[in-house]
Design a protein around this ligand. Structure first.
Ligand SMILES: NC(=O)c1ccc[n+]([C@@H]2O[C@H](COP(=O)([O-])OP(=O)(O)OC[C@H]3O[C@@H](n4cnc5c(N)ncnc54)[C@H](OP(=O)(O)O)[C@@H]3O)[C@@H](O)[C@H]2O)c1
Length: 275
């Protein structure tokens, strides 16, 4: 019998959630978008909105906002997972990050919640360059970050959405932790060079000091937690701890992950990096 209950997609208008919603909808699986613009409205900061969003759903894709690395994220995800399980919704797929204390704490809490869990522990998304905070610098022709030659295995949000789709619609993924990376380590300078080539533009990469970076972040008038997060990611997490490739995409999807150059060419063709 076809299950007519929707799947709740938290962050369902964001980088991975939007792509997951598209995949499920195409296959005729009903979805409910869990975000501040969803109906009913879901807001991580307003726990009273969680129960109504969970009403009558069969499973949840949990993408935390602003970032699962932010202090306190684990407790909030824990409270949400426990509410879901108490409401009878036990199938939970958690989007997590690599080498981040708070993210790994959140994973442990979801595992301990009594849910039938799957964890997608992901590398940096390629889409940070086209749908995230780096787009402004790329359009301006210069990306300045406090990170040198460390390699990051950027993962495409399409691969994450494919993995989440499979985990939510096919058997065999309960109790699995998939560490998802792209197929190649690139420095940020390499990634910017690939984008510049694909976009046919001159875009420089400059390594700046942490102090210079902190000053430039402060000048942008960002919310304090976002400024904290950028510093955490660039001073702590990008220290080489994640400089490894994994077979997670192969394990869950039975195919290789998308390469950054394919992402760069496809995305350049949309005109998002043209000015
Ligand atoms: N980006 C990366 O490289 C990366 C890597 C590994 C793991 N992750 C993890 O992935 C998760 C998502 O990160 P992302 O960068 O891809 O963000 P994103 O999903 O693109 O974030 C935007 C989404 O969050 C929703 N949102 C914003 N404020 C909200 C609130 N207060 N309550 C509920 N929903 C809210 C937005 O919808 P509305 O505006 O409608 O509310 C939108 O759907 C984070 O937990 C992050 O730690 C990210």
């Amino acid at each position: 019998m076809t299950d007519t209950k929707p799947i709740l997609i938290l962050g369902g208008t964001g980088k991975t959630g939007r792509r997951l919603a598209e995949r499920l909808t195409v296959q005729g699986v009903p979805v409910r978008i869990g975000s501040r613009s969803g109906s009913p409205r879901f807001d991580w900061e307003v726990p009273a909105t969680w129960g109504p969003a969970l009403q009558g759903v069969r499973a949840v894709y949990i993408s935390y906002y602003p970032d699962i690395a932010v202090p306190g994220a684990a407790e909030t995800v824990d409270a949400f997972a426990r509410l879901a399980v108490a409401s009878g919704i036990t199938r939970l797929v958690l989007l997590s990050g690599r080498g981040e204390t708070e993210a790994q704490r959140a994973e442990e809490m979801v595992k301990a919640s009594g849910a039938d869990w799957t964890i997608l522990r992901c590398a940096w998304f390629s889409q940070n360059f086209s749908e995230g905070f780096l787009i402004e610098s790329l359009l301006a022709g210069e990306v300045a970050l406090p990170v040198g030659t460390v390699g990051e295995p950027f993962i495409d949000a399409d691969d994450i959405a494919d993995a989440a789709f499979v985990a939510l619609t096919e058997p065999g993924h309960v109790g699995q932790l998939y560490e998802l990376t792209g197929p190649r380590l690139l420095s940020f300078a390499d990634a910017v060079a690939e984008i510049a080539k694909a976009a046919g533009r001159d875009i420089r990469y400059v390594k700046v000091s942490h102090d210079e970076f902190t000053t430039s972040v402060a000048a942008h008038d960002l919310p304090p937690e976002f400024a904290w997060l950028l510093n955490e990611l660039f001073t702590e997490v990008l220290d080489g701890r994640n400089e490894t490739l994994t077979d997670g995409v192969q394990r869950v999807l039975g195919r290789a992950p998308k390469d950054f150059s394919a992402y760069a060419h496809e995305t350049a063709a949309t005109g998002v990096w043209s000015n």
